[in-house]
Design a protein around this ligand. Structure first.
Ligand SMILES: [Zn+2]
Length: 107
């Protein structure tokens, strides 16, 4: 029974926040466009891209390490930072969420 891989290769990308590798489908793509740095939910925009987990801790780490500017090889404008920070604010904080936020009722 050698059917575990489903015959498809899943591309791996490195999160610029925590530096671990994941399937690209588990990561948010950020792309450098002519209009500035944008989150790319479709992963289809042309341009130099970087990948970050959909986890606030990874985004905070990326900001702290200036990983966006390095990965995208550009200077982030205040508008770019605002855009990225607004997106980050919409992400879950699963790593440091306190217990009451979880709703896993015991059977
Ligand atoms: Zn990460």
């Amino acid at each position: 029974m050698a059917r575990r891989r489903r015959g498809k290769h899943i591309p791996q990308r490195t999160c610029i926040g925590c530096r671990t590798t994941s399937s690209k489908w588990d990561l948010i793509r950020v792309v450098r466009t002519a209009d500035g740095v944008r989150v790319d939910p479709t992963r289809r925009l042309p341009g130099r891209g970087a990948y970050v987990h959909a986890r606030r801790a990874c985004w905070e780490a990326a900001f702290k390490r200036r990983a966006f500017a390095r990965a995208l090889r550009t200077q982030l404008t205040p508008a770019d930072l605002e855009h990225l920070r607004a997106f980050m604010a919409s992400l879950p904080t699963e790593d440091d969420a306190p217990g009451p936020a979880l709703d896993d009722a015991q059977p």
